[in-house]
Design a protein around this ligand. Structure first.
Ligand SMILES: *Cc1c(COP(=O)(O)O)cnc(C)c1O
Length: 446
């Protein structure tokens, strides 16, 4: 035990100094490394080695300071992947917000300005809405709309739309949390306009429609059109609120266009308020976007909850950059838009180039596959994709997938039909080189 180095020796070592940390971290790392060495000696190990302890302390310190949130390559083919950061952002989307910025300052007038002003005009121009408000996420947007417009009163919702969207977001619970009362109408599969009509009463505050997200019904089903619900609400001087879940301002491929609920169309069809996520098909940061009549938006904006769920400056800057791309007619600057529109031939060419680079390391075959928009948008409308299937003589598919995840630049792949597959649609072409490098590393024999 006398050979064990002291804390100060390890603190003064070259290895630990290299990490460059000050304060508690080097001390904690040194103590932990010495303790590990002590246990090794207790277990019968030979004399302590100060050099080894210092190296161990350095790697412990590095581990403590490594960010948990890491950039990775999404090769799953699911574009808006709930587990992988949802929408990949445009580069430089947050530059404006890094230092001091005019977040709540009117540069022209030289006095306090409004956080809302930065994107409200853009959103109105893009959607035809009278007014707009942006909050932290879409769950907050719907909670705010319900709290401001319906607390203490009834909200009429079809039984077919009382869904759980994921991550604990359940429509009946959000409604209850807002202080509104749920008035369910119709049945799971069929709800008629007359069902809504029969439920109207002096306590009714709102007609609510919720996009069912990942849930689909087909066959013996009915639900009134948006225009019918809007007309009924208008006739009774009630707001019709439509939670679209996802929405965008750029054109979608023809295969998706028909089933999409665009914010502009939902407003044109008579909704008083629509809300959707900033980081689903729109391709922006996490945000909840509310669009609609000036009176409904003002009521939401003035509710005390609005302050609690407001958007932060990083998200605001990223959202503005994203909206400007749509406004300038350059949706192709938005990574999600590019990924949705990527043509299979282009994906195939990239897969072939990648296969060539991996020659000799693995058997690479190019396969047709199905990609997805993700995040509950267009759940039954796969996009035709292309993947590179890899078979290694040294690593089973599961083991290879794990090696890819654990690499310096993690790659998340999928396993299908017993093969490891890399879907090209969700990889930014600018990352193809990095992907080839990461895959080559994972394929190497340890
Ligand atoms: C995704 C979704 C939400 C929640 O949006 P977040 O931005 O994740 O908070 C709410 N409603 C619907 C219909 C959705 O699809």
């Amino acid at each position: 035990m006398r050979t064990l180095p002291g804390v100060d020796t390890i603190l003064g070592s070259e290895a630990l100094s290299r990490v460059g940390a000050r304060g508690e971290v080097p001390r904690e790392a040194a103590r932990a490394a010495i303790e590990a060495e002590r246990e090794r000696l207790v277990a019968g190990g030979e004399g302590a080695d100060a050099r080894r302890v210092a190296e161990d302390a350095a790697s412990r310190a590095e581990q403590m300071l490594r960010p948990g949130l890491r950039r990775l390559i999404n090769a799953t083919g699911v574009i808006v992947h709930t587990n992988l950061g949802r929408a990949p952002l445009m580069p430089a989307a947050v530059d404006a917000a890094l230092g001091a910025c005019n977040l709540e300052y009117d540069l022209g007038a030289g006095r306090r300005g409004s956080r809302r002003a930065h994107v409200a005009e853009l959103l109105c121009a893009l959607s035809g809405a009278e007014a707009a408000l942006v909050v932290n996420n879409n769950a907050a947007a719907i909670l705010l709309a319900l709290s401001a417009l319906a607390a203490g009163r009834e909200v009429i919702v079809s039984r077919g739309e009382l869904v759980e969207i994921g991550g604990g977001f359940r429509v009946p619970q959000i409604l209850e949390t807002s202080g509104a009362r749920l008035r369910e109408v119709g049945t799971t599969n069929r709800t008629w306009l007359a069902d809504y009509e029969a439920a109207l009463g002096p306590d009714t505050a709102m007609l609510l429609r919720v996009h069912p997200s990942n849930f689909r019904m087909s066959g013996f089903v009915h639900t009134p059109a948006d225009q019918e619900l809007a007309a009924l609400a208008r006739a009774h001087h009630l707001p019709f609120v439509h939670d679209l879940g996802s929405g965008t301002f750029g054109p979608l491929p023809p295969s998706l266009e028909a089933a999409s609920s665009s914010p502009a169309r939902a407003l044109a069809d008579g909704a008083d308020l629509v809300c959707f996520s900033g980081d689903k098909v729109l391709g922006g940061p996490q945000a909840g976007i509310l669009l609609g009549s000036a009176s409904a938006i003002e009521r939401a904006a003035r509710h005390p909850l609005a302050r609690a769920v407001r958007i932060d400056k990083l998200a605001l800057a990223a959202l503005e950059a994203t909206l400007l791309a749509y406004r300038a007619g350059h949706p192709e600057q938005v990574p999600v838009w590019r990924m949705i529109h990527a043509e299979p031939e282009a994906l195939r060419a990239r897969a072939e180039a990648l296969a060539t680079r991996l020659e000799g390391l693995a058997t690479a075959t190019i396969v047709d596959c199905e990609d997805a928009v993700g995040a509950g948008s267009h759940p039954d409308q796969p996009l035709p994709g292309v993947a590179l299937a890899l078979q290694s003589p040294h690593h089973a598919p599961d083991a290879l997938a794990e090696r890819l995840r654990r690499g310096a630049l993690p790659v998340v792949a999928v396993i299908a039909r017993g093969q490891l597959r890399l879907h090209l649609r969700t990889v930014d072409p600018g990352d193809d080189d990095a992907l080839a490098g990461a895959v080559a590393d994972a394929l190497s024999v340890p």
